[in-house]
Design a protein around this ligand. Structure first.
Ligand code: FAD
Ligand code: NAG
Ligand code: NAG
Ligand code: NAG
Ligand code: NAG
Ligand code: NAG
Ligand code: NAG
Length: 636
């Protein structure tokens, strides 16, 4: 054994103490309080928003077979694009609130596990997805509502107006608020307008709707809150003229029961402006609308998360730590939510799932029960040649988990916990899991395939990752960065690191960024100064010159199973006892197992310094072939 090895062994022993024995009992209460990742109350919309919050428990009763229509957004809380779209969608709900007797604006969080069945049944392929479900809607094969392919608030309003007006309502829908969308004809007159209307109706507003416009429909919908007014559309200018409408400057008129007609000129050509004009006119006649009703089903209030600050402080102190809890949350969400949510897994999707599970089986960070779970799940999936449904997968997963329980040592994010429950989380942990696996592959002789993990990741991201925009970006980046030409396993580690840094750069300052965790190039200089060839230059514009050997060493180090932090783990007994065994073998007293984490941090920092010194001393001798983390593991 060379001197280098001795130094490294000594360092590793120290680090070994440091990483063992967490969590501290005083954190346990706090960790228990934290919400499970699938808590449905953590979605993107709050009580203050006008978006109707759907869950598996109220979906059917709120939007299926109702006498109203519904706009439903299927989203994932962790999907950045969904988060960016949320303010627009809130504005849509606010804007269309006056339509709510005819159409409600609702949303369901597909990242909440309990909603798996709904999102699977509705064959949601991307997130966010907007669907219109008409009155009396009944789901059926190939019939899950009409998609809206826009995220522009005005386009959404116009498309919805078109869909609502195209409904062929039967009397069974029994919605007295539903406007009469038929156009007036040459046979209509000021007197005939009131035929068949209830005596409550004092006025009929006649509105000219040019071809391909929805202004009349929109006006009718905005006016549903005014029981004394009924809105009728007219398209033929000659018919419109009978109601004093001049299509070029007076597109709107009000007819009363005495047959008196007054035409008006709204400020601009849209339904809301027309409605504003009418409400001014009606207000002067002391006529008021009925209050708007939000059809919000009751949802249990969001649980307040306490102690989050302590957790974040802890993570800030250990910026580059990789946490066991995050790796487990990633796997759990992948299995319980993302794969289980797919309707039919066949063809490329099936191959991608089989490959992902095979790779996860090989580089599995879970404990013994978790190893069995993944192995059995893989065997289960591999026996299907054509297809397996997400539902079958979910049933087998739950059966196996019940049988092997307990499988997971923790129930919440630690390093990926955001300063608000809507930030970070799953997508952060997914990166972590894939970095972890590329490093394990590089330290493992079982496979020499440099693409083993990258291919599994690519297949997973393409076919299952519920952040559709991320998936598309990643696929484009993968081909631009020539993922299939990565020559060896160590380059695979670096490929993923560089790709992730590109994403970090693109997202820096984005609306989805957690202010507590700004997107920076990784690792930061204070985590690994030797990773930078130009340590002094912190200029943003300057391309960083990386020392890739140092970066590789750093990545291998932080992802070394010995150094994975067990902070926040509640059931450490489930985890691989490698660290303990090593300690026993070396007959080290257990005095250190309850060592305070901060003490551990000091040791860790000390070790990093020692390692750097060691490598400087021995001039990186044999460094490439025998990365230190792995070298040690191999000897145990
Ligand atoms: C494949 C993929 C593609 C994505 N594409 C998009 C997208 O197009 N648009 C979008 O809005 N969001 C995208 N996301 C989500 C986004 O990248 C982040 O995951 C999310 O914003 C949460 O960020 P975060 O601050 O928690 O850190 P993350 O970027 O998620 O990083 C997780 C952890 O990994 C470590 N880390 C950071 N950088 C590196 C690195 N280079 N090498 C090794 N470790 C590192 C850090 O410790 C960090 O805490 C994508 C996610 C994935 C998994
Ligand atoms: C909702 O309705 C669908 C079919 O209309 C049915 O398959 C499903 O089980 C229902 N969900 C609940 C929770 O009742
Ligand atoms: C409306 O529905 C009825 C009964 O479902 C049908 O007979 C009629 O043709 C429909 N009309 C239009 C315009 O689609
Ligand atoms: C329609 O609604 C009214 C009152 O809202 C109710 O009395 C009537 O029974 C309903 N008719 C049908 C067919 O549902
Ligand atoms: C108007 O009335 C006449 C005579 O009753 C009828 O022939 C014609 O079809 C009607 N026009 C429309 C558009 O209903
Ligand atoms: C209305 O739309 C149709 C089909 O898109 C188009 O052919 C027609 O020219 C449009 N009419 C006007 C007035 O824009
Ligand atoms: C409509 O208004 C325009 C502009 O004021 C005017 O020139 C035109 O004659 C009017 N048309 C009718 C039919 O009154």
């Amino acid at each position: 054994m060379s001197a280098t090895h001795l130094v490294i062994l000594a360092v590793a022993l120290l680090v070994d103490f440091a990483s063992a024995g967490v969590p501290l009992p005083r954190y346990e209460a706090l960790l228990k309080e934290q919400s499970a990742p699938s808590d449905p109350t953590l979605g993107l919309y709050d009580d203050g928003d006008k978006v109707v919050r759907l869950t598996v428990n109220n979906f059917n009763s709120t939007v299926v077979d109702q006498n109203r229509g519904a706009l439903v957004e299927f989203y994932n809380t962790y999907c950045g694009h969904c988060r960016r779209f949320a303010p627009t969608y809130k504005a849509v709900a606010e804007h269309l609130l006056p339509w709510s007797e005819v159409l409600i604006v609702a949303a369901i969080d597909c990242a909440a596990e309990e909603n798996n069945g709904v999102c699977r049944n509705y064959e949601v392929m991307g997130y966010p997805t907007l669907r219109y479900l008409g009155p009396g809607f009944q789901p059926g094969p190939q019939h899950y509502g009409q998609s809206l392919q826009t995220q522009d608030i005005n386009e959404i309003r116009e498309i919805l107006a078109g869909m609502v007006a195209a409904e062929n309502l039967t009397s069974s829908h029994n919605n007295s608020y539903w406007p009469n969308f038929h156009f007036l004809t040459e046979n209509d007159s000021a007197n005939s307008l009131f035929e068949g209307l209830s005596s409550v109706t004092q006025y009929v507003a006649v509105v000219h709707e040019p071809e391909n416009s929805t202004v009349g429909v929109e006006l009718a919908l905005f006016m549903t809150q005014w029981p004394t007014v009924s809105v009728r559309r007219v398209i033929d200018p000659a018919v419109a003229a009978k109601f004093k409408i001049n299509t070029s400057n007076l597109p709107l008129s009000l007819v009363d029961r005495k047959g008196e007609i007054t035409a008006y000129a709204p400020e601009s050509t849209n339904g809301e402006s027309y409605a504003k004009k009418l409400s001014e006119v009606l207000g002067k006649k002391n006529i008021t609308p009925r209050p708007v009703k939000v059809h919000q089903p009751s949802v249990t209030p969001a649980t307040k998360i306490t102690g989050q600050n302590e957790l974040i402080d802890e993570v800030h102190r250990n910026k580059h730590f990789v946490y066991q809890a995050d790796l487990e949350q990633a796997i759990r969400t992948v299995l319980h939510n993302e794969v289980s949510k797919v309707g039919e897994i066949s063809g490329e999707k099936l191959l991608a799932l089989q490959r992902f599970l095979a790779v996860l089986q090989r580089y599995n960070p879970l404990g013994a029960n978790g190893h069995q779970l993944v192995a059995k799940l893989k065997d289960f999936v591999v026996q299907f040649n054509d297809q397996v449904s997400g539902k079958q997968f979910e049933e087998e997963l739950k059966r196996l988990e019940a049988h092997l329980s307990p499988v997971y040592s923790s129930t919440h994010f630690v390093g990926c916990a955001g300063s608000s429950p809507r930030l970070r989380g799953f997508s952060c942990s997914l990166w972590t899991l894939f970095h972890f696996m590329t490093v394990q592959a590089a330290n493992n002789e079982e496979s020499q395939d440099p693409l083993e993990v990258l291919q599994a990741m690519h297949g997973y991201i393409k076919n299952f990752f519920g952040c559709t925009e991320c998936s598309e970006h990643f696929q484009a980046m993968a081909s631009r960065r020539k993922i299939w030409s990565v020559p060896n396993k160590e380059e695979a580690v670096l490929w993923l690191w560089a790709a992730h840094n590109e994403v970090n750069q693109r997202l820096a300052g984005d609306a989805t960024e957690d202010p507590e965790f700004p997107k920076k190039q990784f690792p930061a200089p204070d985590s690994c100064s030797e990773c930078y060839r130009t340590p002094g230059s912190k200029s943003e514009n300057l391309e960083i010159e990386w020392n890739k050997d140092a970066v590789l060493g750093f990545l291998k180090n932080i992802h070394n199973p010995q150094f994975i932090s067990r902070y926040g783990v509640q059931r450490e007994e489930l985890l691989h006892p490698t660290a303990d065994k090593m300690r026993q073998k070396r007959q080290i007293s257990s005095v250190f197992t309850d060592m305070d984490m901060r003490m551990g941090m000091l040791l860790y920092a000390f070790c990093i310094v020692m390692m750097v010194l060691a490598f400087k001393l021995f001039a990186f001798k044999g460094y490439r072939k025998k990365p230190y983390g792995h070298d040690l593991l191999g000897k145990v």
